[in-house]
Design a protein around this ligand. Structure first.
Ligand SMILES: Cc1ncc(COP(=O)(O)O)c(C=O)c1O
Length: 387
């Protein structure tokens, strides 16, 4: 079993989470617990090292080719895990899913067209839409039974006819929600009615805990594939995001051709290192992933139990992802005070809720993919600060 308790030094290793902390937050990575960026403080599975050793032994690092074995590994993974039968042709490899989203937005909409997101949502969604000069349409979700729900009626009332795309996050980051088939069907019906393309970002689909099962959008609503683009990746699951690779899966031929044209327009080829390690984890990563999920579940339980004892703090039900979404509204503090207390008094670099869009203002997001000792230290600091 992997030793997830191992405290691995990341400062000084060109880690975004550690080495950019001072620059971006003005916080010292020596005194602050970095719990923001969504990568894990765990070593990747051994098969990743094996793949890199093979490359290294060969000693030539030229352009990547011969993608069939990679496609096969991806297909087998999704067949086994989600009963999803893919055609090799439907897979386009991009340099990370954010790049995939951006290419899709350019391929399927024009400047000023509307792109709908359900907020709070992964912050890069918001910036990619804005940077591409599309109109960001934030539809805030409401909380019921301690999880997010979509207000379709309100969204319906706000529609102008200029909306082209719905950028959907499944499972949801930062809410940690696994959508039900009924909910996915409602999303599909809404998009059908308003002629919207659905980009379903399912990067967190493997990070789902025992009590829930993630259903891929095309499995939940097979009849929607003529307006569906699915994004998946091994990077989040196996902590190999530095490999900058991900899959854009498009079953409909017309949509696929259009995407491929926009993809070609940026002139990239698959990254050799990312592709080799991704193929390796899709082939050999199963046991490591079950160990990881068991470890993460304990971290989450520990964090949730202790958080629920702290005055004014509430943890959202986390069925997927390792990102705890904590509501500070009952502290009665302003957003500025909440951030200040968490970042400076407690010394925890958690992600700021408002960066996830409307509805996130009184929340902070804590990354729990770290050795348990760090989770315990974080709750102690929060207890001292807020109790
Ligand atoms: C929903 C979602 N999509 C995409 C990404 C980033 O993907 P990539 O690193 O492949 O660009 C993240 C990272 O946290 C995420 O949460």
């Amino acid at each position: 079993m992997n030793n997830f308790d191992e405290d691995i030094k990341r400062l000084g290793t060109n880690s975004h989470k550690y080495d950019n902390l001072e620059l971006l937050y003005g916080l010292s990575p020596r005194e602050t617990l970095p719990m923001w960026t969504a990568d894990m403080d765990f070593k990747a599975p051994k098969c990743v090292f094996d793949a890199l050793d093979d490359l290294s032994a060969n000693g030539i690092f030229g352009y990547y080719g011969g993608q069939e074995s990679y496609n096969l590994a991806v297909k087998q993974w999704y067949q086994l895990k989600h009963n999803w039968s893919l055609q090799s042709d439907s897979i386009s490899v991009v340099h990370g899913l954010c790049a995939g989203i951006s290419i899709a937005i350019r391929a399927f909409s024009n400047e000023k067209d509307g792109v709908i997101v359900f907020t709070p949502v992964y912050h890069s969604f918001l910036s990619i839409i804005k940077q591409n000069n599309r109109k960001l349409i934030e539809q805030p979700m409401y909380v019921e039974n301690n999880e997010y729900h979509i207000d379709f009626k309100q969204l319906e009332r706000s529609m102008t006819g200029k909306e082209k795309i719905m950028l959907f996050c499944s499972p949801h980051n930062p809410g940690g929600k696994v959508w039900s088939v009924e909910e996915l069907k409602k999303v599909a019906q809404f998009c059908e009615k308003h002629d919207l393309l659905i980009i379903s970002d399912e990067i967190h689909n493997d990070l789902v805990f025992k009590q829930k099962k993630h259903i891929m959008f095309p499995i939940a609503v097979p009849e929607i594939t003529d307006r569906l683009i699915v994004l998946v990746s091994s990077s989040k699951t196996f902590n190999i995001a530095g490999g900058l690779m991900g899959n854009v899966i498009i079953e409909n031929l017309i949509l696929r051709k259009k995407f491929q044209q926009a993809h070609k327009a940026i002139g990239t080829m698959p990254n050799l290192f990312g592709m080799k390690i991704a193929e390796s984890v899709y082939t050999h990563g199963h046991y490591w992933l079950s160990d990881l999920l068991a470890y993460l579940e304990k971290n989450i339980e520990l964090f949730d139990n202790r958080i629920s004892e702290i005055n004014g703090l509430k943890s959202m039900k986390l069925s997927a992802t390792y990102l705890a979404w904590i509501d500070f509204s009952d502290t009665g503090m302003s957003e500025k005070d909440i951030i200040n207390k968490v970042h400076r008094t407690a010394g925890i670099a958690a992600s700021v809720g408002s960066t996830f869009g409307k509805g996130g203002e009184k929340f902070m997001r804590f990354n729990l993919a770290c050795p348990q000792a760090k989770v315990i230290e974080a709750v102690k600091r929060l207890e001292t600060t807020f109790n």
